[in-house]
Design a binder for this molecule. Structure first.
Ligand code: SD4
Length: 291
């Protein structure tokens, strides 16, 4: 068996490419890193990589992570500025024994020291969105826009190895230095080849409260199907936050177990995701809120 699953329609082209690699026996790590890098490179996706929307100071600060489900090694970067492919930096970090999560200036310095290319990640189009939002909110003060288009992608290869990758510019108009769930292990992503993997998108501040991705993997380990694990984690977290915090943001997840069975859950009306497996051609699906 081999398979890939990812959040949002934007992953389709990357998965279409990368799934041909998996079908030929390529490693899941290479498949997810290449596919996420494709999403990062596409200028019109407003919340990932090049063309991502800026923080409130006008700077594009990018977060990304990679986890190898065989070794449980992970690498992540946060608030990385003007480096072409944050996911490739995160992947390189996963090979280091220490310093697995680097943020800000330190992340940038390390990326440059390793020969990663500098690139201005703020596009004219993203700048126009930024100026418009500044005008709209001039009286109310800036508040982060609950956009949610983090790409989170899981790969299972023919050897049974699994990997997960995430990449995002986070919330539009976030405060400088803010991190969401996407570079945080256990929240935005988790992967264990002996069980399965999960990755999240939505309001990071709320996804982190449930250690969402780790919790889904743990429930799959306990015998739940991926779909039941995803639904139970999302709706229990939503109930808990509503009862104790009085509000909840958008929460969406995709997960896959070591057999290539997948699950998807969302608390928003519709959530698009992409799947490709040995038995299913790369396709965009829409998940709907189930309760
Ligand atoms: C964050 N979870 O930074 C990310 C944003 C996101 O879909 O997923 N958008 O909080």
């Amino acid at each position: 068996m081999w398979g890939m699953i990812a959040t949002w329609r934007m992953a389709l082209e990357g998965i279409t490419h990368a799934s041909t690699l998996l079908a030929k026996g390529e490693r899941s790590a290479k498949a997810v890193v290449n596919a996420v890098a494709d999403v990062e490179d596409f200028p019109f996706y407003k919340s990932v990589g090049y063309g991502g929307l800026p923080s409130e100071n006008g700077e594009v600060e990018l977060d990304a992570a990679f986890m190898d489900g065989d070794t449980l090694a992970f690498g992540a970067v946060g608030n990385l500025v003007d480096i072409a492919n944050p996911i490739r930096v995160a992947h390189a970090l996963s090979r280091e024994r220490f310093n697995s999560l680097l943020v800000g200036v330190g992340a940038r310095e390390w990326a440059l020291s390793q020969g990663f290319a500098e690139k201005t990640m703020l596009t004219e189009r993203a700048m126009q969105h930024y100026r418009k939002r500044c005008r709209e909110t001039i009286d109310q003060g800036l508040s982060p826009y609950d956009g949610h288009d983090t790409v989170g992608m899981i790969g299972l290869d023919t050897r049974g190895s699994m990997s997960v990758a995430t990449s995002t510019s986070g919330l539009f108009m976030k405060r400088r230095g803010r991190l969401g769930d996407s570079p945080i292990i256990g929240s935005g992503f988790y992967c264990d080849s002996q069980i399965g993997a999960a990755t999240a998108t939505g309001v990071g501040e709320d996804l982190m409260k449930g250690c969402t991705s780790y919790e889904i993997v743990r429930r799959m380990e306990g015998g739940m199907t991926p779909q039941d694990a995803a639904d139970s984690v999302i709706f229990e977290l939503e109930d808990k936050l509503m009862a104790r915090f009085g509000r909840v943001g958008d929460l969406s997840v995709v997960c896959m177990n070591k057999l290539g069975e997948f699950g998807v859950s969302t608390n928003i009306k519709t959530f698009s995701f992409v799947v490709a497996t040995r038995d299913l051609p790369p396709t965009v699906y829409l998940a709907e809120r189930q309760s």
